[in-house]
Design a protein around this ligand. Structure first.
Ligand code: NAD
Ligand code: TYD
Length: 333
């Protein structure tokens, strides 16, 4: 089988390609990525020499490039996106372009050449939960509250619209917060690990009582594999890590694991429209596909800290782009 993976030079896409090529060594993988600040070919250094892997530098908004590749593959797994909520608050434009328009162009290719499409989405499309409300599942109404989640919600709706209107073969996964190797150091866990490694304080937004559910990126990759092998066309599957925790409690765990103390915590101005809680009920994936997360949050976090310590050159490379400019803008807002 031949796969097109979009956004394969990013955090989850690169881990997915590594996972897929290990589990399905006979398959060919084409990675289409335009290498934004978040895309990094170093993430796939160990894969480059594999004869079944090909990288194409290109934009999913470029119809000619997309059609040329889609024509020639069996299956598309679509990760490419602008993915950081805080950046979407500073400027939503790139989020609408890539996440909405780019997805529509891919869908046009899928429709034209009749290929299978898997859309990688987020639990953030469901909005925010109150403390005692049941976790999100596939029947939860959409209620996105950030420009990022609104753009992902729009793309989910487009995928379903193309299924109903044109009969494309599609599945969708809505997954909770990922963490693991190659996680770009602007998101909470890698940003805090990186700051603590540098002896800097960690900026906790607001009161730190927001809750997230964390899933190891390998469990996410395995979940997508299960959907591709056993999922039903037209269906959506929620994937979660069974690891709900407040940002403050998570920060305290990271501080302890890195031999620091709580004087490293700095409470800073809250994110506007900050979603209070995300949680996922993944019973459908468990009952229908036999998937559930396997990596404990405790073990996964320890491994990730070790990985970060061993990949300081990679971390510095991530920070060489617009990293400082972005933080100046975010904290100067
Ligand atoms: P990321 O920001 O690390 O990587 C995104 C990749 O897409 C980068 O390599 C970038 O260069 C590429 N890209 C961006 N715009 C492009 C364009 N126009 N054309 C081609 N390539 C482009 O993101 P991530 O965290 O790996 O997330 C991947 C996907 O998973 C996204 O769709 C995101 O919404 C979804 N998701 C992420 C999480 C999470 O916790 N990170 C959770 C659930 C779902
Ligand atoms: P993030 O990793 O950006 O993921 P998302 O917003 O998609 O859930 O943020 C996770 C949580 O951590 C979120 O509640 C915001 C919070 N946060 C901080 O408190 N400080 C930070 O520096 C960052 C990046 C996030």
């Amino acid at each position: 089988m031949k796969l097109l993976v979009t956004g394969g030079a990013g955090f989850i896409g690169s881990n997915f390609i590594r996972f897929w090529m290990k589990e399905h060594p006979q398959d060919e993988v084409v990675n289409l990525d335009c290498l934004t600040y978040a895309g990094n070919l170093e993430n796939l250094k160990d894969i480059v020499e594999n004869k079944n892997y090909r990288f194409v530098k290109g934009d999913i908004c470029d119809r000619d490039v997309v059609f040329e590749i889609v024509k020639d593959v069996d299956l598309i797994v679509h990760f490419a996106a602008e993915s950081h909520v805080d950046r979407s608050i500073l400027d939503p434009s790139a989020f609408i372009r890539t996440n909405v328009l780019g997805t529509q162009i891919l869908l046009d290719g899928v429709r034209e050449y009749k290929k299978r499409f898997h859309h990688v989405s987020t639990d953030e499309v469901f909005g925010a939960l109150k403390p005692n409300e049941p976790a999100f599942d596939e029947s939860t109404p959409y209620d996105p509250r950030s420009p990022y989640s609104a753009s992902k919600a729009a793309s989910d709706h487009l995928v379903r619209a193309y299924y109903h209107t044109y009969g494309i073969e599609m599945t969708i996964s809505n997954c909770s917060n990922n963490y693991g190797p190659y996680h770009f150091p602007e998101k909470l866990i890698p940003h805090f690990i990186s700051n603590l490694m540098d002896g800097k304080k960690v900026p906790v937004y607001g009161d730190g009582q927001q809750v997230r559910d964390w899933i190891h990126v390998d469990d996410h990759a395995r979940g997508i594999d299960f959907i591709l092998q056993k999922g039903k066309i037209g269906e959506t599957y929620c994937l979660g890590g069974d690891s709900e925790i407040t940002n403050l409690d998570l920060t305290k765990i990271l501080i302890k694991l890195m031999d620091k103390d709580e004087s490293y915590i700095e409470f800073v101005k809250d994110r506007p429209g900050h979603d209070r809680r995300y949680a996922i009920d993944f019973s459908k994936a468990k009952n229908e596909l036999g998937w559930e997360p396997q990596i404990s949050f405790e073990e996964g976090l320890k491994d990730m800290i070790e990985w970060y310590k061993e990949h300081q050159v990679w971390v510095e490379h991530c920070k060489s782009g617009d990293y400082q400019k972005y933080y100046d803008e975010w904290y100067g807002r």
